[in-house]
Design a protein around this ligand. Sequence first.
Ligand SMILES: *Cc1c(COP(=O)(O)O)cnc(C)c1O
Length: 414
Amino acid sequence: MSENGFTTQIIHSDRRSGIEHGAIHKPVHVSTEYAYADARELAAVFQGKAGYTYARQGTPTTTALELQVTRMEQGEATVSFATGMAALAATFLALLRHGDHLISSKYIFGNTNSLLMTLENFGVELTLVDATDAAEVAAAIRPNTRMVFVETIANPGTQVADLAAIGELCKAHNLVYVVDSTLSSPYLCPSKFYGASLVVNSLSKHIGGHGNGLGGAVTQTGLYDWSDYPNIYASYRKGSPRNWGLLQIKKKGLRDMGGTLSSDVAHRVAAGAETLALRMDRICSNAMALASFLSVHPKVTRVHYPGLASHPQHERASQLFGGRYGGLMGVELDPRIDVFEVLNRLKVAILATHLGDNRTLVLPAAHTIYYEMGPEHRALMGIPDGFLRISVGIEDENDLTGDFAQALDADANS
Ligand SMILES: *Cc1c(COP(=O)(O)O)cnc(C)c1O
């Protein structure tokens, strides 16, 4: 059977995987517990047969969303979580142990960075590298290295990891390659194509897209064989070794840690996911226009956006993401300008954290999401005081460029 395109697959996903009562959307299943007429069947589900027992490990509604994400990533299976952070925490905590070594890109989301510090306190050895250069990853590999973690496009600096070369390295050294694809979204490119073992997405961002629900997901691409991975418990070494890692993430992350997505939110995210491709196309073209406008503005020192020829990984981004560069940019204002004054003049763009929303959102990064880590760590991550993180939405292009033009051009004393 020839596969349908990205959007056709997503919008027909619920219908094709077993419709209930003619309902086009997967119904929102609110039941906490699932009953069985036959005790043997109940036991079988507890022992690994597909089915539902207690909603902490999922419902038919969360399964429907997981199927959508699996299709987007062209993967094999997905487990959903209450947030992107819950998905990341479950992945690290389920698969790493005291004494293991983790190599991570140093260009990552601030909260993920903070989570890695917690792992270090539990005895996981951590090396932060410049993942735009696969040679740095290669040089960091030790005998006890288990995992490499990168973001496709880094939040907020927009560095593009050397995804394919790192994938080759992980394959050669049999390392688990975890890729956070939140900023590119699987629409720009499924991470499987550059060798990811597991792909993490924050569903709160582009996939949900409407700023009305938090969620996260981990997808197994099928490229990693867990047979020789030492940290898989005996009880999860059942069936195909390709499934062991995700099974353990599900058991530890949902059953034991309880980071479960509710059916209500799963439904909202799934409805948002139907238009991912349409929104992303619009977001990418708006972002390109805004980045081009800001990059030549006299009050702007630098624009970090992979779509600009001046971006250090522009060529790589073009190859990886098919000429689309996402919706996030970092903008450094002339240090003589009062960042807060400029932000206060914006009329269309909203002063709020979050990204991947339909609305354009702006944040002074050093004073907000990067405040807690202090000036030295900010300098290491390349976040000066005048750094604006802009998440571009689907507004009309001229309204956006016009809004930033008036905010920058207004006389600061008027
Ligand atoms: C927002 C974000 C997360 C966390 O997602 P939440 O759903 O907000 O918990 C993880 N990674 C990246 C790159 C993000 O931007």
